[in-house]
Design a protein around this ligand. Structure first.
Ligand code: BDR
Ligand code: CA
Length: 311
């Protein structure tokens, strides 16, 4: 089988770290690089976390630093969920790995323009880097196979009544992506809230007893503690890895093709992904939105991903 080429744009982040782990050594994927932005924490911290995860797991791909703030709005971080470091719960050794010399936006543009095949962009943070790349060099659009994103919700939000974190942080960037004309596949809270890393899941994965499972278990315990404090959940939604599950096992997800518009106002619903699931507006359908997930099979997928690491 031909490997699917992807760039993972992220803001690690506990669940981003697991997405990196799953994409980093899968035989059917060719991870061309990680592009990093501010989101869960400042760029300095999300960048360092990305290097740490790659070095610890032996994932040898370029890690390029990108946007340190959203396009228009002030940066809002998620320290209550991801902690002071952005990846609390695991002690990494000092990183030896260094950043890619190019800015993330230039890395995306160069990589896409020189690729003979189309590349999938997976985003698990605010979409600032991808939006900037699309505006700076529109010729990349024809090189993009699909944008697969974790973000949004057709139901309720997690940082406001209406909005999900990644979209709320940079709604203007999300607008650029959703109106790009590309295939956009959205893994929102509606499905990620169905895959909770409950204590029984953490115990199951910990039994694998390799470096990936140890990282998973330590990170998920810290993540769950914060999810309990903030949302009263015993297990946090494993949001970002749903993107990688969708790439590799799309039938885990039920998708609906809808019209989706981002609320760009500065009112109470800003950052909401307005998904016209009943097609009230009869507008052009621009997004495939995940409406259901097979949670049991998702955890089997995660287990196989962790087992792929030795040592
Ligand atoms: C999203 O926000 C971040 O805190 C997580 O990493 C995930 O990408 C969930 O709303
Ligand atoms: Ca994230």
């Amino acid at each position: 089988m031909k490997k699917r080429k992807l760039i993972l744009d992220c803001d690690p982040g506990h669940d981003d770290a697991i997405a990196i782990m799953l994409a980093g050594n899968h035989p059917d994927l060719e991870l061309l690089g990680l592009t990093i932005e501010a989101g869960n924490q400042t760029l300095e911290k999300t960048g360092r976390n990305a290097l740490n995860v790659c070095q610890y797991l032996g994932i040898d791909v370029p890690v390029a630093l990108g946007a340190s703030r959203p396009l228009v709005r002030d940066l809002q971080i998620a320290e209550d969920i991801h902690g002071e470091s952005g990846l609390d719960g695991f002690d990494f050794p000092e990183p030896q790995k260094t950043f890619e010399a190019r800015h993330a936006v230039n890395f995306i543009i160069d990589t896409l323009l020189k690729s003979e095949e189309r590349v999938t962009l997976v985003t698990t943070g605010p979409m600032t880097n991808v939006a900037l790349a699309m505006r700076l060099e529109p010729r990349i659009l024809e090189k993009i196979e699909e944008v697969v994103l974790m973000g949004g919700s057709y139901g309720y939000g997690n940082v406001s009544p209406a909005a999900e974190f990644n979209i709320l942080v940079d709604p203007e960037a999300a607008h650029i992506v959703f109106t790009s004309g590309l295939k956009v596949s959205m893994m929102g809270l509606d499905v990620t809230r169905k895959v909770l890393a409950l204590p029984k899941v953490v115990e199951r994965m910990e039994k694998i007893d390799n470096k990936a499972s140890r990282l998973f278990a330590d990170l998920m315990r810290a993540f769950n503690e914060n999810q309990r404090k903030v949302f009263g959940l015993q297990g946090g939604p494993l949001h970002d890895p749903v993107t990688i599950a969708y790439l590799l096992e799309p039938d885990l997800l039920t998708m609906q093709h809808v019209h989706c518009e981002i609320d760009l106002s500065h009112g109470i619903s800003h950052g909401r992904t307005n998904c016209d699931v009943f097609d009230y507006l009869k507008r052009k359908r621009n997004a495939y939105v995940a409406v259901d997930i097979d949670a049991a099979r998702f955890w089997d997928f995660i287990e196989r991903g962790l087992r792929r690491y030795n040592g």
